[in-house]
Design a binder for this molecule. Structure first.
Ligand code: NAP
Length: 258
């Protein structure tokens, strides 16, 4: 077992997950850089971490697939002997961004498998591993962070499946937080606003305009590093008497205004 905490970050080959992987590595974690379709990008993240003196490995796996989920958790524990932090970051947007009157079951199934079922069952398996390690005295506690979205409560009618899956993530976080509190595993939802990444690149002009018009009180795009800083803060001992919270990283978007 290695002597530094180990973090598994799903979907960390690109975008927000990449930022979280880099942030956790800089904070002293050994990081499992999970990817699905972008092995080269994942290896680049690993290379960057190692060049900075950190520890990381790339690991393939579709979070929407049960066998891949099992192998992700098992391979992490085989590689490092422990799992301290799970960040459920991997996610996809609604396929084709179709109006809800045209939305397809194919998109629903893919979005829910990737954005909700995958994170829930990964959290279940990670929690069981963490509990065994905590009971054995190998690690002091565990942390699970779910990356949701402002789409959890801001209705976008051409991404209905995405919005509903993200909304469910709040209850998932609260359920896990209640069940795992006695086991010394804290669980949080980090809720990003509009963040610059490949996911938002196709709608960049729309958001450029909305941000300039004051979409969020802080008038700029968020960055993967903004989200990473929040996740890293949760790994510290700054919040010992908290669990189940939603941490907004959205420039104040969530505040209703008149
Ligand atoms: P992105 O740029 O499209 O990157 C998505 C990442 O997830 C990639 O690393 C991709 O890996 C991975 N991924 C996709 N499907 C996967 C699967 N089935 N199994 C494992 N990994 C998979 O997206 P992003 O903007 O960084 O978004 C990351 C998370 O933040 C998502 O959950 C998203 O819903 C949430 N979010 C984003 C924003 C935003 O404005 N960007 C706002 C709120 C919330 P490969 O390339 O290797 O396939």
């Amino acid at each position: 077992m290695i002597d530094r905490p180990v973090a598994l970050v799903t979907g960390s080959s690109r975008g927000i997950g990449r930022g979280i992987a880099l942030g956790l590595a800089a904070a002293g974690h050994a990081v499992v850089v999970n990817y699905f379709r972008s092995p080269d990008a994942a290896e680049q993240v690993v290379g960057t971490i190692q060049a900075d003196g950190g520890q990381a490995i790339a690991m393939p796996g579709n979070v929407g697939d049960a066998d891949d989920r099992r192998s992700l958790i098992e391979s992490t524990c085989e590689a490092f002997g422990r799992l301290d932090v799970l960040v459920n970051n991997a996610g996809i947007t609604s396929q084709g961004r179709k109006d809800l009157l045209e939305a397809t079951e194919e998109s629903w199934d893919l979005v829910f498998a990737t954005n909700l079922k995958g994170p829930f069952f990964l959290a279940q398996q990670a929690a069981n591993r963490m509990i065994a390690s905590i009971d054995a005295g190998d690690i002091a506690g565990g942390l699970i962070v779910n990356i949701s979205s402002i789409s959890a409560y801001a209705a976008t009618t051409n991404r209905a499946d995405y919005c509903m899956a993200k909304a469910a993530m709040q209850m998932m976080t609260q359920l896990l937080a209640v069940r795992l509190a006695e086991q010394r595993i804290r669980v949080y939802e980090v809720c990003p606003g509009v963040i610059a990444s490949d996911m938002t690149a196709p709608v960049k002009e729309k958001y450029d305009r909305l941000i300039a018009e004051g979409l969020s009180p802080i008038r700029r795009w968020g960055t993967p590093e903004d989200v990473a800083r929040a996740v890293v803060a949760l790994t510290t001992d700054a919040f010992p008497f908290t669990t189940g919270d939603r941490i907004n990283v959205d420039g104040g978007f969530h505040i209703r205004r008149l």
